[in-house]
Design a protein around this ligand. Structure first.
Ligand code: AHE
Length: 378
């Protein structure tokens, strides 16, 4: 439970009402912590509503469905997706974007489309807002049918949960938004900082995770281990995407040298710390190190100054910079327009450009093809 910005989360009993028409109630088996949960808790989200139940990167099993729901049934394994896909609205019909408009107005206001009210309440009946149309930090959540991706039952739900946001976003930024090609050079900025521990509920303290063998970022921390905060899923997933498409050079950029080993183990070919390059700006440093700049850059932390650096480290004439990170309320990006006049391109990505209900089940299947053996899930 998040009662107010900057206040510690609380663990409480709440009521998750039955699903109404066009709604699905999911028993959440696993949920991850995404930096956006912390971003909203920090008060930086202009759409942040309190009190609410945070959480949006998860997997679970359908418990019940409301009238008219046909695409899923109780017992189905699913990933709730904050980015819906209806296939019919102006956005979906255009084929040009994954930004479905069918329920966005309601997910942004913390209520359900059927009656404009939430399905979450305190034991005394006081209403609580949904978050991003998901609210997966509760044991059950009620979501719109258009926000539910049905996945194969053979997928381990703990691993699949990461396809609800970070991994999908990072890989999609490379393959859908940048459409990066084999042999390209890229800069990935960066691994996010951890939320201050005092804002998190009392859980086991984080402990350093050993670097994992390269596979996909999905193949995550064993369920029995303490939760890991700020491990940097999106940046690592971008590196995974770049490896998948055969990038020649992958430059990880971070002000924290302790992230170097993880980034290199994951597949980066270089690690640059902007604080260890003297008076040179990081963009000039990258331009000098790459014969004129990278083909693609990815900003994964939501810092508008870093977004500028990410654009300006791109190669003149064709370099593209993809904004993946979420910036705080009131923040604005800037650069010299000449950067764009001379061929650099600024783009953004939401959910990696993937059409959730269509693409997430396919991504889960693809993951199962490459997933290494794991004694936890024989
Ligand atoms: N509510 C914020 C914007 C938040 C935002 O940009 N969300 C990302 C997903 S973050 C996942 O961890 C996104 O894809 N947004 C698309 C959408 O439609 O919300 C604000 O600034 O108002």
């Amino acid at each position: 439970m998040a009662y107010a910005p900057k206040q510690p989360l609380q663990v409480k009993e709440v009521v998750i009402a039955p699903p109404q028409a066009g709604e699905v109630r999911i028993k959440i088996s696993h949920t991850a912590l995404c930096h956006t949960d912390y971003y909203t808790l920090s008060g930086q989200d202009p759409e942040g509503l309190f009190p609410c139940v945070l959480g949006h990167e998860a997997a679970g099993v359908v418990e019940s469905v409301g009238p008219g729901v046909t695409s899923v049934a109780p017992g189905d394994h699913v990933i709730p997706c904050y980015q819906a896909f209806c296939g019919e609205c102006k956005f979906c019909a255009s084929g040009k974007t994954n930004l479905c408009g069918s329920v966005r107005q309601w997910t942004g206001t913390g209520v359900m489309k059927a009656d404009g009210k939430p399905r979450i309440s305190e034991l005394d009946g006081s209403p609580l807002f949904h978050f991003m149309g998901t609210s997966t930090f509760a044991e059950y959540c009620v979501v719109h049918e258009v926000s539910v991706a049905k996945i194969t039952k053979s997928a381990p739900l703990d691993e699949a949960s990461l396809l609800g946001c970070g991994v999908t976003t990072g890989i999609g930024a490379v393959v859908n938004t940048a459409k990066a090609e084999a042999g390209c050079t890229a800069a990935v900025v960066s691994v996010p900082l951890s939320p201050p521990p005092h804002l998190l509920p009392s859980l086991s303290p984080p402990s350093p995770a050993p670097p994992r063998p390269l596979a996909l970022a999905l193949h995550g921390t064993p369920a029995a281990a303490p939760p890991q905060f700020g491990i940097g899923t999106v940046g690592l997933a971008v590196i995974d995407g770049l490896k998948m498409i055969g990038a020649k050079r992958i430059i990880a950029v971070d002000i924290d040298d302790s992230k170097k080993d993880l980034a290199m183990t994951w597949g980066a070919t270089d690690f640059f710390n902007p604080r260890s390059i003297g008076d040179t700006s990081i963009q000039d440093h990258i331009v000098a190190a790459t014969d004129g700049g990278v083909d693609y850059s990815f900003e994964c932390i939501g810092n508008v100054d870093v977004m500028r650096s990410a654009l300006e480290c791109c190669h003149k004439g064709w370099g593209e910079s993809i904004i993946v990170g979420v910036a705080g309320a009131g923040q604005e990006i800037k650069t010299r327009p000449f950067q764009l006049v001379t061929g650099r391109v600024w783009k953004g990505t939401a959910f990696g450009g993937y059409k959730s209900r269509v693409d997430v089940p396919r991504l889960v299947e693809e993951y199962l093809q490459v997933r290494p053996p794991d004694p936890r899930h024989p």
